[in-house]
Design a protein around this ligand. Structure first.
Ligand SMILES: [Mn+2]
Length: 430
């Protein structure tokens, strides 16, 4: 039984930025752009350190619209380095690096294989004169591919281990164009051991094994929607089994940091709590040599809610936090400060009100006291329990848990009513 490793990456978008930081934080924007290139270097190092037998790149390696000679050069040099060490690379293009677009013409090493646009091909991986694996794939002839390319790929010859490389939207993943749309069933019908997908920028293991179906996500986040670690997969193969290991490659991390205001009394403490959250995250990432774009979100309920709703206050606070964290290495930038806070809730006072909120507050209080409210709600929910699909989900909450669920639900309704009221009062959301 043969054992080997390979590396799967996608959506490198080499030498691209579009972070929204270009004006406010040009240095950080540059750092993110540079990090897309550094991620490629990390992938090369990973291949060499782990003695990977091959590398697959599943599309959007660069952005055609950016026409970057830098990206093409860096890619060629990186893959040539792998080729010198006997590591072949298999590249399937995607919507951003489709064949119809302009690209710098380069000399590529023989060990670098680009799948032809619009029709499937396969290449063997040979080790010690024996076929170790075979890699199938198909590239994009133009930006908008609406055909189901997954159905073009079939394990149509004998090989010990079969990989399919495709840039596609599998299973209608939201937030991404429906290019080369396919269902998971289409993929399973192909008979492969591993589907190396690209296109969805968020890491997603659609199946862990037999076959593994994996979106590694992009190698460097470029905006708040791409928060958290970004990287590639190191796949350890034994026979036809694949063991998946995610390896981070990002040089700058976009990270949401939640800071609750519940225990805070003064503006000074608020500022310190925010700075502490930023400094902790920055220090943690700096130990790995990574920069940070902090995305702050104030949550919870407390007296400072009123301050935070003052016109212009969060903007001023954000500027002040930025001023206090300037000039760091690795780079640090506070990208956002959002407020989703609420005023403190005086349940007892609310329960005295002759309003819908007052009635709900009395219900919450009664449920908290273990009164008849739980029984009444259970009665009201009976039709739901009669539905076999729902009953399964409700079973867990049925006995001891219902009181708690009820409290939460009522608290949520109160929150929604309150937010509406605050908006009407003119405080508004920032
Ligand atoms: Mn992409």
């Amino acid at each position: 039984m043969s054992r080997f490793k390979f590396v799967h990456a996608a959506d490198l978008h080499l030498d691209t930025g579009l972070t929204g930081l270009e004006e406010a934080a040009p240095e950080m924007a540059r750092a993110v752009r540079e990090a897309t290139l550094a991620a490629l270097d990390r992938i090369v190092r990973l291949c060499l350190e782990e003695e990977a037998s091959f590398l697959v790149l599943a599309g959007d390696v660069w952005d055609e619209a950016d026409r970057s000679l830098v990206a093409a050069n860096r890619l060629r040099d990186a893959l040539a380095e792998l080729a010198r060490h006997g590591v072949p690379t298999f590249v399937a293009s995607g919507n951003h690096d489709h064949d119809g677009g302009w690209r710098p013409r380069m000399e590529w090493p023989e060990a670098v294989r680009f799948f032809p646009p619009g029709r499937p091909a396969s290449y063997p991986v040979i080790r010690d004169g024996r076929e170790l694996a075979r890699v199938w794939g198909v590239g994009y002839p133009r930006r908008e591919v609406r055909e189901n390319y997954a159905r073009l790929l079939r394990r149509d010859c004998e090989t010990p281990y079969a990989v399919a490389v495709l840039h596609a939207n599998v299973g209608g993943q939201p937030g991404h164009d429906a290019y080369a749309p396919a269902s998971l069933e289409d993929l399973l019908a192909g008979g492969f051991d591993y589907w190396a997908l690209g296109h969805v920028h968020t890491r997603l293991e659609l199946r862990a094994s037999a076959p593994a179906v994996v979106y590694p996500g992009n190698t460097q986040g470029r905006n708040p929607r791409e928060a958290g670690p970004r990287g590639c997969y190191l796949v350890e193969v034994e026979g036809r089994e694949s063991r998946l290991r995610f390896v981070p490659t990002h040089g700058v991390e976009w990270r949401w940091l939640e800071v609750p205001i519940d225990a805070l009394e003064e503006e000074e403490g608020l500022q310190q709590a925010l700075l502490l959250a930023v400094e902790e995250a920055a220090a943690e990432l700096a130990r790995e040599g990574r920069g940070l774009v902090a995305l702050l979100r104030l949550t919870g309920r407390g007296p400072l809610d009123a301050t935070l709703r003052r016109p212009g206050f969060t903007g001023e606070l954000l500027e002040e936090l930025r001023r206090r964290t300037r000039g760091r290495r690795p780079p640090l930038w506070i990208g956002r400060l959002e407020r989703v806070t609420r005023p403190p809730r005086p349940l007892e006072a609310l329960a005295e009100e002759a309003s819908l909120e007052g009635e709900l507050a009395r219900q919450v209080r009664e449920a908290l006291a273990g009164g008849g409210a739980v029984e009444r709600f259970r009665h009201a929910l009976e039709p739901l329990y009669a539905s076999p699909g729902l009953a399964r989900h409700l079973a867990g909450a049925a006995e001891a848990g219902l009181g708690e669920e009820l409290q939460e639900a009522l608290a949520l309704v109160l929150d929604l009513l309150e937010e509406k009221r605050l908006q009407r009062a003119g405080g508004g959301a920032p």
